[in-house]
Design a protein around this ligand. Structure first.
Ligand code: SF4
Length: 244
């Protein structure tokens, strides 16, 4: 049976916790979170670089390199399920890193939590296997724009964007660092028929001051183009911390 490779919290234990969803359509909802390790992209501003940045080959603005052994822990899916159920929440958010890199283990995990609602956060470059997909209530798809530093051929896979755009369970969430980034979103939305009602623009930032500053110019752009806007509630509540 495939094992889950999880990120670790500040104590070195698996990053499984209860909190309020901080972003996107479910913002403010009490949920259980499980954060999986590893990512197939490398965003320069990634706030969970401890899930993937094991050496200096990929640039990151903080320059921090994480020791892989200290930042990964392996759990059997049924053991992860027990910890999730012990949190007493109705809904599970599966996040990362890029959690869909671990499809077979995720299929075992969701089979052990048959009554929970499932929300998956993905960068939109990959798909869930059918045994996972059938259980998913909501996808939060966050394609990475040019300012992330990823090559477009890795970050913006046309077939995948078409796939998620055609799925009413999928909400798109674009991280916006500067006003010009919205032009890139408009081009992607037109090309892939991504409905504005399922599109959130979210300011980039890992502290309240940065989020508030960018929100000031982002709000009128959302209004102008009919996009929804997402804040990052968990940053305002808890700061840029693990397990929150
Ligand atoms: S896709 Fe997400 S987890 Fe991966 S590097 Fe980018 S922000 Fe980080």
């Amino acid at each position: 049976m495939a094992q889950l490779v999880l990120a670790t919290d500040d104590t070195g234990d698996a990053e499984i916790f209860a909190s309020l969803q901080g972003e996107g359509p479910s913002v403010g909802t009490p949920v259980a979170f499980i954060r999986l390790s590893r990512c197939n992209l490398a965003c320069t501003w990634c706030d969970t670089a401890y899930t993937w940045r094991w050496d200096e080959t990929k640039p990151h603005r903080n320059g921090e390199v994480f020791e892989r052994k200290a930042n990964q822990v392996t759990l059997a899916p049924q053991d992860a399920a027990k910890r999730i159920l012990a949190l007493g929440q109705k809904r599970l958010v599966i996040t990362g890193g890029e959690p869909l890199l671990q499809g077979p283990a995720l299929a075992d995990l969701v089979a052990h939590i048959p009554d929970m609602e499932i929300e998956i956060e993905t960068n939109g470059t990959t798909k869930a296997p059918s045994h996972v997909d059938i259980r998913v209530d909501q996808y939060n798809v966050s394609p990475k724009l040019a300012h992330s530093g990823n090559p477009a051929e890795l970050a913006l896979i046309e077939e995948r964007l078409d796939f998620y755009a055609s799925d009413p369970r999928a909400f798109f969430k674009f991280v916006i660092a500067q006003p010009d980034d919205v032009d890139e979103v408009l081009a992607l939305a037109a090309k892939h028929y991504i409905p504005p009602a399922r599109t959130f623009l979210m300011p980039e930032g890992t502290d309240s001051a940065a989020l508030n500053k960018r929100s000031g110019w982002l709000a009128p752009l959302c209004l102008e183009h009919g996009f929804r806007m997402s804040d990052r509630l968990h940053i305002h509540l808890y700061g840029d911390t693990r397990g929150s």
